[in-house]
Design a binder for this molecule. Structure first.
Ligand code: ASP
Length: 301
């Protein structure tokens, strides 16, 4: 029997870790734990970058991306640009288990969810609408012409009692994004990766940069080569920073559109994390040490 462990991005990942820990402790699979953990965050309207209450795109609509990966067989289920479903992670689960495909987008994903009777529901809240209006005004006045402020992802990595590893993500993506924009979070190898042979990783931050380095795959490959979860996160992120800084100011990032962070777990449940800014905290709990900890990631400076 392995000792379970689970970690989730950002302090709001605490609720994910709490739900996931309980399930892992009951002997449930890492995949179930990650799905249920993410559902808890998706349904929390106070988390303004995931599921209900997530940030709307430039047309005021919330379009969600989510993904799940199973480390036993590298199976993936992902959805992108989904509207009207509070729990896109459960559509991703259906894609993983019931289809021969790995990624469904937009209307196709929504129709598939309807066929399985997944619950529809409103995603906009009074507060997300208000924030959207203010952002649009600012943008129109060209005070802040940039896209993207105020984005995050709940990314969860878990090891279960059978030694199986899983990863999952869910996000509304960048604020004021163009309709149809897809970030790193539903892209296998970029926003998430899980392989029982080494561990799992997830990313959060500017998806357009994370996907340029296929960061999650890079981290898992480094762990496969013998790096610890911490070494792998630092090495993969530093390699991407070194490459990108030749053309972009990505070291010691201060702008939302250049911030990146990664979180990984290894086959023993040890975690690692790194960011190119000083604001990335993650939540972590293990069977060994039952205390839910909030940990600040190492900064790559
Ligand atoms: N990576 C997400 C995206 O680009 C956003 C985030 O995690 O901050 O859609």
């Amino acid at each position: 029997m392995m000792q379970w462990a689970i970690a989730a991005t950002w302090p709001f990942g605490q609720s994910a870790v709490r739900v996931g820990s309980r399930l892992l402790d009951q002997g449930m699979s890492g995949l179930d734990a990650v799905e249920q953990a993410i559902r808890a965050v998706e349904l929390d309207p106070s988390v303004d970058s995931v599921g209900v209450g997530g940030v709307p795109n430039c047309e005021g609509e919330v379009q969600l991306d989510a993904a799940l990966m199973r480390g036993q067989d590298l199976a993936v289920g992902a959805v992108a640009g989904v509207k009207g479903f509070p729990n896109p992670i459960s559509i991703a689960r259906l894609v993983l288990e019931k289809t021969p495909h790995h990624l469904l987008v937009g209307e196709g994903a929504e129709r598939y969810a309807d066929a399985y009777g997944l619950e529809r529901g409103p995603l906009l809240t009074a507060s997300s609408l208000e924030t959207w209006r203010k952002r649009r005004e600012k943008q129109a006045q060209a005070e802040d012409p940039s896209l993207g402020g105020g984005h995050d992802t709940v990314g969860v990595v878990a090891l279960d009692m059978n030694g199986d590893i899983a990863a999952g993500t869910s996000t509304s993506g960048l604020a004021l994004k163009l309709p149809g924009r897809v970030g790193d979070s539903p892209l296998v190898g970029s926003g998430f990766y899980a392989d029982n042979a080494a561990g799992a990783a997830v990313g959060t931050g500017c998806g357009e940069l994370i996907m340029r380095g296929c960061l999650s795959f890079a981290i898992v490959e480094l762990m496969k080569g013998g790096a610890s979860a911490q070494q792998a996160c630092e090495e993969a992120l530093n390699r991407l920073i070194c490459r990108l800084e030749q053309c972009l100011p990505v070291r010691n990032a201060t702008e939302d559109m250049t911030k990146m962070a990664v979180l990984a777990i290894d086959q023993k449940g040890n975690v690692g994390a790194a960011a190119n800014h000083g604001e990335f905290d993650f939540a972590y709990q293990t069977a060994r040490d039952r205390e839910l900890r909030i940990i600040r990631a190492r900064i790559i400076a």
